[in-house]
Design a binder for this molecule. Structure first.
Ligand code: OFO
Length: 170
């Protein structure tokens, strides 16, 4: 059975993952309003992925004989001054999430919860990819600037991202 401390910390992470989804959905609304439909598509898939992260933790707590508790979500920002600023904010957010995952892993080690350590390993690896994919977009946007042909090409490219199947519980 999961310890109370680990359960509380994982419930807190469910909130962070849902807030990630919420933040990225707010970016979808911003990109659509600015007619960057490709970026909106990319962020839609990102938000969907964040929901699967939350559900992975949800299922884990449930299967470990714990109790999921949901908290109120913070309202995300609504406006950014440019696509670059939005993706920079997404990158900073992913760095924040990586810190949270690292804290969870430290706790799992401290309380000798081997099952949680194995489950969290997936998130440790995932965060490398999460940071990397957003960082690459930030770098591209910084290179082309906020207008002109370059940003149209990036928007078109990002629009090719398609949803991946939900993360398996196995
Ligand atoms: Fe973006 O990885 Fe979850 O939050």
């Amino acid at each position: 059975m999961i310890s109370q401390r680990m359960q509380n910390a994982l419930n807190e992470q469910i909130k962070h993952e849902l807030e990630s989804a919420y933040l990225y959905l707010s970016m979808v609304a911003y990109f659509r309003a600015e007619a960057f439909d490709g970026m909106a598509q990319w962020m839609t898939v990102q938000a969907q992925e964040e929901f699967t992260h939350a559900m992975k933790l949800f299922d884990y707590i449930d299967e470990s004989d714990g109790r999921v508790e949901l908290s109120a979500l913070a309202q995300p920002p609504k406006e950014w001054t440019s696509p670059l600023e939005a993706f920079q904010a997404a990158y900073q957010h992913e760095q924040f999430i990586t810190e949270k995952i690292d804290d969870l892993m430290k706790l799992a080690i401290e309380v000798k919860d081997h099952a949680a350590q194995i489950m969290l390993q997936w998130f440790v690896t995932e965060q490398i990819e999460e940071e990397s994919s957003v960082r690459k977009i930030v770098n591209l946007l910084a290179r082309v600037g906020d207008s002109g042909h370059g940003i149209v090409m990036i928007d078109r490219e990002l629009g090719k991202r398609i949803a991946v199947p939900a993360v398996s519980k196995e």
